[in-house]
Write a protein of this length. Structure first.
Length: 440
């Protein structure tokens, strides 16, 4: 039998693309259909399964195409070179989902399937490197990333460099190598994510000005979880700079100044409505670092510019820092400051307030109050006509209704993250906040 002529490569690709995107548009004649209806009994379960899998495949491909169009650098986003890579990408995505759910066995099984389908595709090694890194196989992950880097080019290689940099920095502790790969990734991709990553690693290498110059504009452009991470990194960058200034440069005033800046960044984000434990910890660390610098500066020279005003600023925000991971360290630094010669009255008042808050954490009534005797707390959530206030004396938070707001601007001006004064009243469902006003 003579061999059929082979179609040109471009024609074959067009056919494959059409099959993947649109499906085969082939119809039987009416005579053939009637014949098959009499001869073939359709298994409805199998037909339904095929239909569901087809719908799932198309839906996932649409989502993946959207992520690729947005140039997302989320680990679960698997890139394709051509439409022929789609099945492999779907399999690798299943591996990442299995990893997310904690099933590493299934993750590696899916990677094995993907490797048989597409052994030289760089995303197979990139995903395996990520999974191995998460499972603790640091050496195996490094080899996977090296293969992925060697098998990729252009933007694909930059994507691999981005993930390889993260692996080297966090798992291998090779900061120099991480900076090299992060620099390559940012040089090609020029994204806010790559800028923030490179900036963070530069800060870790004590190249503070360079790092902050990258992180700060990136944090403004980002949104959602990425923006929160960038803001935390920016505040943490100033805290690290402050720590370095105090320990390595012996400059307590610079230590105080840089830590103040970090605290302002973190508190501004918390006041805007962001609720994040890591950011709260960073804010508390910055406050403790600034107070440590102020204490050393007072002992050395006897003066610290604007210290009393800054301590009053911290006093207003102190309730935001309660119960953070570094709360005890902040209390320790405040105690040292209060015992230092030339400590302003505001420092001793701040310590008294902090001790009162700490007592409330241990189940004792808090003395934290505004001038009119009401408590001061942080709004943690707002709904259509009610909200909740965070206060250390009430670990389950306090409910308040829109009618409980006595502020001139009404309920509409109360936002998540705002500091408010309030009174506690008992109701059938327990304590609630009443006479709620913004703390100016």
């Amino acid at each position: 039998m003579p061999r059929q002529p082979r179609l040109p490569a471009q024609t074959r690709r067009n056919y494959l693309s059409t099959a993947v995107v649109l499906g085969l548009q082939v119809a039987l004649t009416e005579t053939a259909r009637q014949f098959l209806d009499r001869r073939v009994h359709v298994d409805k379960k199998i037909e339904g399964l095929i239909t569901r899998r087809d719908a799932e495949f198309r839906s996932t491909e649409e989502r993946r195409a959207s992520d690729m169009a947005e140039r997302s650098l989320a680990p679960i986003v698997v890139r394709s070179r051509t439409v022929e890579d789609a099945p492999t990408c779907q399999t690798l995505r299943k591996a990442m989902l299995a990893l997310k759910s904690g099933d590493q066995t299934v993750a590696f099984e899916q990677i094995g399937i993907a490797r048989k389908m597409n052994p030289d595709f760089w995303e197979v090694d990139r995903v395996e490197g990520f999974v191995r890194g998460r499972s603790g196989d640091i050496g195996g992950a490094t080899k996977c990333y090296e293969r992925a880097y060697a098998n990729s080019s252009g933007e694909g290689r930059a994507v691999v460099a981005h993930f390889f940099a993260g692996h080297l920095a966090r798992n291998v502790k090779d900061l120099s190598g991480a900076i090299d790969y992060a620099n390559e990734a940012h040089g090609t991709l020029q994204m806010s994510d790559t800028a923030a990553q490179l900036g963070t690693y530069l800060v870790w290498a004590n190249r503070f000005s360079e790092g902050i110059a990258l992180i700060e504009p990136a944090s403004v452009k980002m949104s959602g979880k990425s923006r929160l991470i960038a803001i935390s990194s920016l505040a943490e960058a100033y805290r690290r700079w402050a720590e370095y200034s105090g320990s390595s440069e012996r400059n307590p005033l610079l230590q105080y100044d840089k830590a103040r800046k970090g605290l302002e960044i973190a508190l501004a984000a918390l006041e805007s409505g962001v609720s994040d434990d890591r950011l709260r910890d960073t804010a508390t660390n910055c406050a403790a670092e600034a107070i440590r610098g102020a204490t050393k500066a007072l002992r050395a020279s006897g003066t610290v510019p604007d210290l009393a005003e800054w301590l009053a600023y911290v006093e207003k925000a102190l309730v935001r820092l309660v119960n953070s991971g570094s709360w005890s360290q902040l209390l320790f630094e405040l105690d040292k400051l209060s015992k230092t010669r030339n400590c302003p009255v505001a420092g001793r008042r701040l310590l008294s307030l902090a001790n009162s808050l700490d007592e409330s954490l241990r189940g004792h009534p808090a003395d934290l109050s505004a001038a009119d005797g009401r408590l001061i707390g942080e709004v943690v959530s707002i709904r259509e006509n009610y909200g909740f206030v965070r206060h250390p004396s009430y670990p389950d938070n306090l409910f308040f209704h829109a009618d409980d707001v006595f502020d001139k601007g009404g309920f509409e001006i109360i936002n998540s993250g705002a500091l408010v004064r309030f009174q506690v009243s008992e109701s059938e469902r327990g304590p609630r906040a009443t006479i709620v006003e913004r703390e100016m």
